[in-house]
Design a protein around this ligand. Sequence first.
Ligand code: GAP
Length: 460
Amino acid sequence: MAKKSVEKNEQMEKIVALCKRKGFVFPACEIYGGFANAYSYGPYGAELKNNIKRLWWKKFVDGREDMVGLDGPILLHPKLWEASGHLGGFNDAMIDCKNCKMRYRADNLISEVLGIDLEGKLDEMTKTISEKIKCPNCGKQDWTEARFFNMMFKTEMNGIDEPVYLRPETAGAIFVDFKNVVDSCRVKVPFGIGQIGKAFRNEIVARNFIFRVREFEQMEIEYFISPEAEWEPMFDRWLETQEEFARELGAKPEDLKRYEHPKEKLSHYSRKTVDIEYNFPFGFSELFGLAHRGDFDLSQHQKFSGTNLEYLDQASGKKYLPHVLEPTFGVDRCVLMALSAAYAEEEVGEGDVRTVLKFPPAIAPIKVAVFPLLKNKPELVAKAREIFDDLRGEIKCEFDDNGNVGKRYRRQDEIGTPYCVTVDFDTLETGEVTVRGRDTMQQEKVKVEELKNWVKEKIS
Ligand code: GAP
């Protein structure tokens, strides 16, 4: 099979179109004309996303003795955001074109047009943009001042006088329950708490499909270590494990790279922060992050809540505030990465091109499709139904009897189904089905009674 080369920017358009056409991702509220660059995950997208979250939980929580899970609230005590610094400092700079009213993130506009980094320097951003940059939308050079904008969504809660915020990251809920976890579970430092959940950021510009959205999901870990621990080897191991996870979702090693934040740009409490970037169709951009946050979070929450959050080391009798390594993962970015890594177009015959999503089987939305060779032969349909019913209790399957088998293969290729099983007249005589592999397009015969285990082995 010859691989057809697809230009990177063309690939993004094709992925977005395929996502809508095949039920992975829809623009939200389309019947009302769409809404704020938000998206819904359709039936196959929801499966893909759930498979990614399941794999993460299995690898980082269930699979480790030093990890436990948590599911905290989205609406948290407003004081938490004062303590964490989000109320005062979770700001991006925005600037508007006075002519066409288009709004931009000022630092991004400057780095994209001029290739320089002025993040945080408001006056310099205003000056640079008004002197050197034309509005990419209308071409005029007539700008407002750049100003900071807090990215937390504000809301109200009955019985609470002050504003309440939708969490901008899941991490906060972990820190405020640190003491509860230590007191209720037999955890010993070093240990981590993992959580998956929604986060909300009022991004100035949501863009690149599901890469930057205002409502998204994170999978975060706070890993608590002794302040005296040798943290560098642990930090390196976390980075490697994060990259391993990306590869398990289909990323090729050459499409992953690390970006270490320069010392002068680190938050005052961080000893080291590294982004793991993926080569998305629009270029290398942050997929995951890992930060050494010292004891900043626990000490801030201790200070603002007045609750002692020290950990008692039973062995040495010492009390201390643990330091924290924070590996963080974006679910929506994992979905986009998995789609980008899996997307291929292949020439499979004279002028014939198939579109295929080559997902690793563990995350494929549908693992097996079962077909009767002919729709109008009740004996084939009955046998195919029997096989389908037997598989579907344990394996995510689909039944398809629409169109010819070639068309059904193409439909399954487009949603990334690793195996298609066809029931034909031979099946009724020999008890064997034809199994066709998505990637090789090769067919083999498998005994019906061995099929379930055969598939389980292949997709595990
Ligand atoms: N607690 C640390 C933290 O939240 P972050 O780098 O701001 O760090 C973590 O976010 C991850 O969340 C990112 O690596 C990215 O995968 C995801 N993420 C952040 N903002 C996002 C957005 N607007 N849309 C989609 N994913 C986002």
